[in-house]
Each structure stands twice: as structure tokens, then as C-alpha cells.
Design a protein around this ligand. Structure first.
Ligand SMILES: *Cc1c(COP(=O)(O)O)cnc(C)c1O
Length: 345
């Protein structure tokens, strides 16, 4: 498969913008090349365009190479870039599952690309045959969110790789929640599958949603193509600095992640004891999906108790699902107490 040829023609021909900090970034020089304010300090300089120290540390942590990493202003930015890089508006199509993360639809519509969807089964599992049957000659991009938001389940690695190996286009696996189930990651496979892009984020397990940092992992050909359309200074200096500190010393985050998983199990058990909850779906992420007879009513009740959860309006069952993030110990207790006092008649 020629990866370069999968990119839109205009992107193949595009020359990357060469910023001042791209061309020169060494210390110990008088810098008069970027129209910065040389009277001030700290944040007067443009950030590194493709921050190597951050990529090096991240590469160490993930056991890959820095050239296999592109950083984004959140992984949301990277999803948008993948559409713009590979999908020709009004011609190419993309394929995903239903239900899944709503941003794929927004990015597809923005780029004027048709996004086809294959429904998951009743237990929100992926039927590999059904999914592959939905691939058509226009399909350029497949997006699979694993663990899936809002259902919480990760898909079998073999299924994801089967799709990647049989498809002549780009396969984007969004692993926003993978830190909660690292063993289900397909990141290690980017060397074997040239069309595979794995997306991860610092917004969930890493607790840096406000800093905006996401990472795309892929072979260097894909990374080079994406780099061409990247805004030069998409990851700001403060984010680079703070994220580097965390990545160099990830033990704190890793411990909290384990703790969140334990809280999730506790919460799951408590929720299953409540008779008005029809089903609590198993979760590989930091949230639980529950099915109840009247989601709107429970949502309003919890809101009155000062607890906000997420309503999910699924096409065939618009009033039956709520998604609940795992809170801290005290918040989870309050949630369970509130639910125990819920009168659902
Ligand atoms: C939260 C989330 C993201 C992360 O978005 P950021 O822009 O990195 O904050 C990406 N994909 C999915 C499925 C998510 O749920």
C-alpha cells in the first residue's frame, strides 16, 4: 500500500510552512527572526513547532520512536487533521460505528465527507462481518473508538487489526481511554500496519484536559503527511513544559488510574444492586453506561441533587441511557446515596 497516495492530491503537493522556530531554535543567539517581543521573557517566544523533548520522552514511555509521534492541541485537533489530510470533500467517505464519539460526525461534516455508520449489537459489541460489509469503494477512512465512548467497551485487538489488514485506506483507532486498559492497545502494531493511526490523549487518565494535548502515533510516512497540515504552534509552551514533567515521571498518574479502576468496580457493584437499573455495561474506560426505563427522569432527579451525568439520545432508544464518569471517592458515595433514595414509580 502506498501511504502517500492515500492523501488528497493537494496535500501530496503541499509544501509544509516553514516557521522561524522551525528553521532555527538553538539557544545563545540574538533572535531577530520571528517578530517576537524581545523586551519581555517567559512566554515571549513562540513554542517549539514539533517539540522533540516531549516526543522523545513520550517515545520512551510508549517504546516507539519520536518520528512516529505527532502532537496536537488535544486529540480532537488530530481527528480533524486526519479528515483534512486523507478525505477529499464530496468524494471520499468515512466509516465508523454507532453509537460512538460525536466529534467524528462534526469533523466529517466540516470537511463535507459522508460518514457511514455500522450499528453495534445489543451489547454494543462489534460484528466484524457486518462492519467489513459496509466498506465501499469510496471508503477512505475508518474510525474505531476503543474503548468506545459512550459504551465503555474496548474491541478485540484481533478485530481491529483484521480491519486494518484487509482495508486499503486509513484506519484510525481512537484510544482516548486506553490508559484504563493498556493491555488492549494496538499502539505496538503501528510498525506492522502502515495504514494504522492510533490516537491517545492527555485529557482523561492524565488529568490534563485543560492543557490540551493529544498524540497521533503512526508510521513516519503518515506522520510526515499530517505534519504538513499542522498549525505551526499548535501545542503551547506551558502545555509542553507541564506535560513533559508528567511524562518523565508517570508514576503518580499510573497510580491514580489504577485507583479509578478500583472505584469503577465498586461503583459497578453498587449500581447493579439498584433494582431500577436495567443494565450496567462493562467498562474498560473511566465511566459507566447504565440503561434505565426513563433516563430523562433520573437525569433531572440527579441534577436536583447537584449531580450531573450525561444523557445519551440513541437513535432507537432516546430515553434509556446515562453515562456516568467515575468521580472521586466522596463523589461516588454521594452518587450512590442519591440513587438509593430515588423513587422511580
Ligand atoms: C475525550 C475524548 C477525546 C479527547 O479529546 P481531547 O481533544 O484530547 O481532549 C478523544 N476521543 C474520544 C472518544 C474522547 O472521548
Amino acid at each position: 500500500m502506498e501511504i502517500e497516495k492515500l492523501a488528497r492530491q493537494n496535500i501530496q503537493e503541499l509544501q509544509q510552512y516553514s516557521s522561524a522556530r522551525n528553521e532555527f531554535s538553538a539557544k545563545g543567539y540574538i533572535l531577530l527572526d520571528a517578530n517576537e517581543n524581545n523586551f519581555l521573557q517567559d512566554y515571549n517566544r513562540y513554542p517549539e513547532p514539533d517539540p522533540l523533548p516531549l516526543r522523545q520522552e513520550l517515545a520512551k514511555l510508549k517504546a516507539i520512536k519520536p518520528e512516529n509521534i505527532l502532537l496536537g492541541n488535544g486529540s480532537g485537533e488530530l481527528i480533524d487533521m486526519v479528515f483534512r489530510c486523507f478525505c477529499e470533500p464530496q468524494k471520499d467517505e468515512a466509516l465508523t460505528i454507532y453509537p460512538t464519539f460525536g466529534m467524528y460526525e462534526v469533523c466529517a461534516k466540516t470537511q463535507n465527507v459522508k460518514l457511514n455508520k455500522v450499528s453495534l449489537d445489543n451489547e454494543f459489541k462489534l460484528n466484524l462481518n457486518n462492519f467489513c460489509k459496509a466498506i465501499n469503494p469510496q471508503t477512505k477512512l475508518i474510525i474505531l473508538c476503543s474503548p468506545n465512548n459512550p459504551t465503555g467497551n474496548a474491541f478485540a485487538k484481533e478485530d481491529l487489526l483484521q480491519i486494518a489488514s484487509s482495508f486499503n485506506g486509513i484506519v484510525l483507532v481512537d484510544e482516548a481511554y486506553i490508559d484504563f486498559c493498556v493491555e488492549k492497545s494496538v499502539l505496538k502494531e503501528i510498525g506492522s500496519f502502515p495504514n494504522l493511526i492510533v490516537l491517545q490523549t492527555f485529557s482523561k487518565a492524565w488529568g490534563m484536559a485543560g492543557l490540551r494535548l493529544g498524540a497521533a502515533y503512526a508510521n513516519s510516512e503518515i506522520i510526515s503527511l499530517l505534519r504538513k497540515i499542522k498549525m505551526p504552534y499548535n501545542v503551547n509552551s506551558l502545555t509542553q513544559q507541564l506535560a513533559l514533567k508528567e511524562i518523565i515521571n508517570p508514576a503518580g498518574t499510573q497510580n491514580i488510574t489504577k485507583y479509578i479502576n478500583k472505584e469503577k468496580q465498586k461503583l459497578l457493584t453498587s449500581l447493579q444492586r439498584l433494582s431500577f437499573i436495567i443494565k450496567v455495561f462493562p467498562s474498560d474506560a473511566n465511566f459507566l453506561l447504565i440503561e434505565i426505563a426513563d433516563a430523562e427522569k433520573l437525569y433531572e432527579y440527579l441534577k436536583a441533587q447537584k449531580i450531573i451525568v450525561r444523557k445519551l439520545k440513541l437513535a432507537d432508544k432516546p430515553n434509556r441511557f446515562l453515562r456516568i464518569s467515575i468521580g472521586n471517592v466522596d463523589e461516588n458515595k454521594q452518587l450512590i446515596n442519591a440513587l438509593k433514595s430515588y423513587s422511580y414509580e
